[in-house]
Ligand binder design. Structure first.
Ligand code: ASP
Length: 453
């Protein structure tokens, strides 16, 4: 049995859904289908999830939401009409969209979460209706029905692993395909809470593990995961297979094809993942598998970069001798409810790297003020934008010269680095870099390493 997940671009309109239908129909073992909300149909289009967030904001601010509601309904209608779905089936979806604004929510965060989750919630219902209408019986499965429980973090929830037991009870013996909305679960109080953005991948992985699937297929809009972002290098090498850990590090550092948290249920359950293209389903795609299954052909599997970071640089003499110093800094972070990503240090220096998408200006100001007042550093600098490049490959374990292959091309191109972190992970080297130099650096490193093979 396979769990097949389809992303937003694969479900953006009726034409795309027809491709999805053909893929499902062609293989009876594609039993559980996890779906995203309808995504972008063209470059400047808006995802239904973002339309719903605008609707949520209008509801909170009590401003006129008529236009946005119509736009959301139109997206679902366009899909339904493509398949001549009877009008009453769509009326039911319209009603749920209207009803969203009338419900009571525990907080604004839960309100945003519930609105956003309806992108998937309604799409899964619609897809079950369309498939049944086209002659492949399908049933909508609410995550509530299978006890998909998450914690109270309304918009960036963590999955409760106890739910695997209830998910495992899902009856797979009927002839129906089971359509599960991605991206959200229910808290203990019964509220909807979503994973972070792109989180339908997580639901797919949870379902695959809970049901001990033979394969987790993740359908998207590319025929493989590439060794580097194709907008930086034309026709980069496609990755045929990689390990779970490689994927986790690459997706963390910018490979948007697969959510970095989605790898964890797959690792725990030993579930193989296959990233495939909805518009080219015969292409083998990329397999993400346990390390024992991978034959290493390259020293480096992929190079990712992301500029979504900020950094704090702190210098004070004799830092190395001070007991409890890091603890005091961490207490300040805790006070302001800030989590950090990395903390490389020297004798008298410390850099703390943050994911800036998780920070507010108020938090940053409060933290800097407290650090200046209590730690009294000789130098304290805030770098609002900080780039990270991650060079990843199982082939780098114990490989002599891995760093030379990275640093030599940078030297040749006159590109300087702000930080190098090797050793924390055996399969990656992390580089800190000025964001405007990151793409040039990635290109130089890629050209050097990939021309060696
Ligand atoms: N629809 C959600 C988002 O846009 C989740 C997903 O597509 O995976 O982030």
């Amino acid at each position: 049995m396979k769990v097949s997940k389809f992303g937003g671009s694969s479900l953006a309109d009726g034409h795309q859904l027809q491709c999805v239908f053909d893929i499902i129909k062609a293989d009876d073992t594609r039993k559980v289908i996890v779906v995203s909300a309808p995504g972008k149909r063209f470059k400047d289009d808006t995802k239904v999830t973002d339309l719903l967030l605008t609707y949520a904001k209008a509801t909170i601010e009590d401003t006129d939401a008529t236009d946005i509601i119509e736009t959301i309904k139109d997206r679902y209608h366009a899909i339904g009409n493509h398949f001549d779905l009877p009008a009453y089936e769509l009326a039911d979806i319209d009603e749920q969209i209207d009803h969203l604004a009338r419900k009571h929510y525990r907080s604004f965060d839960y309100l945003f979460a519930a609105f956003a989750a309806h992108g998937e919630y309604l799409n899964a219902q619609l897809i079950a209706k369309v498939f049944t209408h086209l002659g492949v019986p399908a049933r909508f499965v609410d995550p509530k029905e299978i006890g998909l429980r998450v914690d109270d973090n309304a918009r960036s929830a963590t999955f409760d692993t106890k739910s695997y037991n209830t998910i495992a009870e899902l009856d797979l013996s009927t002839s129906e395909r089971l359509i599960v909305p991605g991206f959200f679960g229910y808290t203990e109080n019964g509220d909807i809470a979503t994973f972070s953005r792109g989180g339908s991948d997580i639901t797919g992985a949870i379902m695959a593990r809970g049901l001990s699937a033979d394969l987790y297929e993740n359908f998207t809009d590319v025929s493989a995961i590439y060794a580097v972002n194709p907008s930086i290098i034309e026709n980069p090498a496609a990755i045929k297979q990689m390990t779970y850990d490689e994927m986790r590090e690459l997706s963390y550092a910018g490979f948007a094809v697969f959510h970095d948290e989605a790898i964890i249920p797959a690792i725990q359950g030993g579930i193989r993942i296959n990233i495939k293209n909805t518009n080219d389903p015969e292409a083998p795609g990329t397999f993400i598998v346990p390390p024992t299954e991978v034959q290493q052909t390259r020293p480096v599997t992929g190079i990712a970069n992301s500029n979504r970071f900020s950094a704090l640089y702190l210098h004070r003499y004799l830092l190395n001798k001070e007991v409890g110093f890091t603890l005091r800094i961490l207490e300040i972070l805790k006070k302001h409810n800030i989590s950090y990503e990395h903390m490389p240090s020297g004798i008298d220096d410390l850099t703390i790297i943050f994911d800036k998408t998780l920070l507010t200006q108020e938090q940053v100001d409060g933290m800097l003020e407290d650090i200046a007042a209590t730690i009294k550093p000789d130098t304290l600098k805030w770098l609002p934008s900080y780039g990270i490049i991650m060079v990843v490959g199982e082939g780098m374990r114990n490989r002599i010269g891995a760093l030379t292959d990275i640093v030599t091309p940078l030297k040749e191109h006159g590109i300087s680095l702000q930080m190098v972190n090797q050793g924390a992970s055996e399969i990656s080297i992390m580089l800190g870099i000025q964001p405007d130099l990151a793409e040039r650096a990635v290109k130089a490193i890629y050209d050097n390493i990939f021309k060696m093979v």
